[in-house]
Design a protein around this ligand. Structure first.
Ligand SMILES: [Fe+2]
Length: 352
């Protein structure tokens, strides 16, 4: 359902206030060739309504991505910002960057965050943003889960479909996404509602069965036939199954990059307002699939880079794979059982 301009500005203002944007702070609104014009308009108007100072930074087309069909939902690699020193400098001197383009993670983005600038990435259309306006309760749940994840030393994921994956933890940082860039140096993505970390180098071991109904990004599609991944020493060593396995195998091979087979961030979804079904209801170009990444109780398996977590692995071959009905335990303590979130402090507060 289309959202009127006034409602869009109001929701942006709400989110910017939750990001603790204050009167007189400097905001850079980063706009790229694929940014949605209505988001750019509403965000800019909301910045001014809060009383902050606005600079709109519009970048042109960057180097041609290695991704096919300009698909950037799970793409890591050079952007129009890469090597653009004045643009990076402008963002380092801002208090908040509203990123409607998509900065390459782990490179310029880290440099900007290290300067204390907070960054909020926004790519979904207004109606998705409106359904998933972040709340204080979203933040509370994700941070409660992050406390447990940050102390864990082993993650064990199982499913009735055949997943049995173990990884050691502690080498890399914990990524929290609750939709608000509310602390200096914090990056977040509106909408979201999940957390993740990266396995210790070489520690991922076992089997991952991507089952019918699980989602592979950037394909933005639901798997129809199970895909069996054999994982050893931190890398996927075999991909077996029917058509879906064949397609995945061919896609990954097209990058000709062994690092694309590494196991990347692993975590679970905590956003009760995100919908597993949403992806099928939008045209592929309309959505960035944040519903899929965030829906409550998913196990998100991923492959490829770990730069963002503090590692040194860089590869443009990156897959986010939100899976249903998995059981995820940290040091033997269940976080999810068959896709249901277990700890009480990770549950949404129901209205009194
Ligand atoms: Fe990812």
């Amino acid at each position: 359902m289309a959202l009127g301009a006034r409602d869009q500005i109001a929701m942006w203002e709400q989110v910017l206030r939750l990001c603790r944007l204050r009167v007189g702070e400097a905001v850079v609104l980063l706009v790229g060739p694929d940014s949605l014009p209505e988001n750019a308009r509403a965000a800019g108007d909301a910045v001014l309504a809060v009383g902050a100072r606005l600079a709109r930074l519009e970048l042109g087309q960057g180097a041609p991505p290695k991704a096919v069909a300009s698909e950037r939902t799970a793409y890591f690699g050079p952007t129009a910002l890469t090597g653009n020193l004045p643009a990076v400098a402008a963002m380092k001197s801002a208090d908040l960057v509203i990123d409607l383009m998509g900065i390459d993670r782990g490179t310029e983005q880290q440099e900007i965050l290290d300067s204390g600038t907070r960054i909020l990435l926004v790519k979904e259309p207004p109606e998705v943003l409106a359904r998933l306006v972040p709340t204080e309760d979203d933040r509370r749940r994700v941070l409660a889960a992050a406390t447990v994840l940050g102390q864990a030393r082993e993650m064990h994921v199982t499913s009735a479909a055949g997943t049995d994956l173990r990884v050691r933890l502690g080498q890399y940082s914990v990524l929290t996404e609750y939709g608000l860039a509310d602390e200096p140096g914090r990056w977040d993505h509106w909408p979201s509602g999940f957390l993740a970390t990266w396995p210790n180098e070489g520690s991922a071991q076992g089997t991952v069965v991507i089952d019918s109904g699980d989602i592979i990004l950037p394909f933005k599609d639901y798997v129809r036939s199970p895909i069996r991944l054999t994982v050893a020493g931190g890398y996927i060593r075999a991909i077996d199954g029917g058509f879906d396995a064949d397609f995945l195998s061919e896609y990954m091979a097209s990058f000709a990059d062994p690092e694309g087979y590494a196991v990347s961030h692993l975590g679970w979804g905590l956003q009760d307002r995100a919908l597993w079904t949403a992806l099928r209801l939008y045209d592929k170009r309309q959505t960035n699939a944040m519903d899929a990444r965030s829906f409550l109780g998913n196990f998100m398996f991923s492959t490829g880079p770990n730069l963002e977590g503090g590692g040194s692995r860089s590869t443009p071959c990156h897959l986010d794979i939100p899976m249903r009905r998995c059981s995820l335990a940290l040091d033997g303590v269940p976080m999810t059982i068959a896709g249901r979130v277990v700890p009480a402090d990770q549950q949404a507060r129901t209205a009194a």
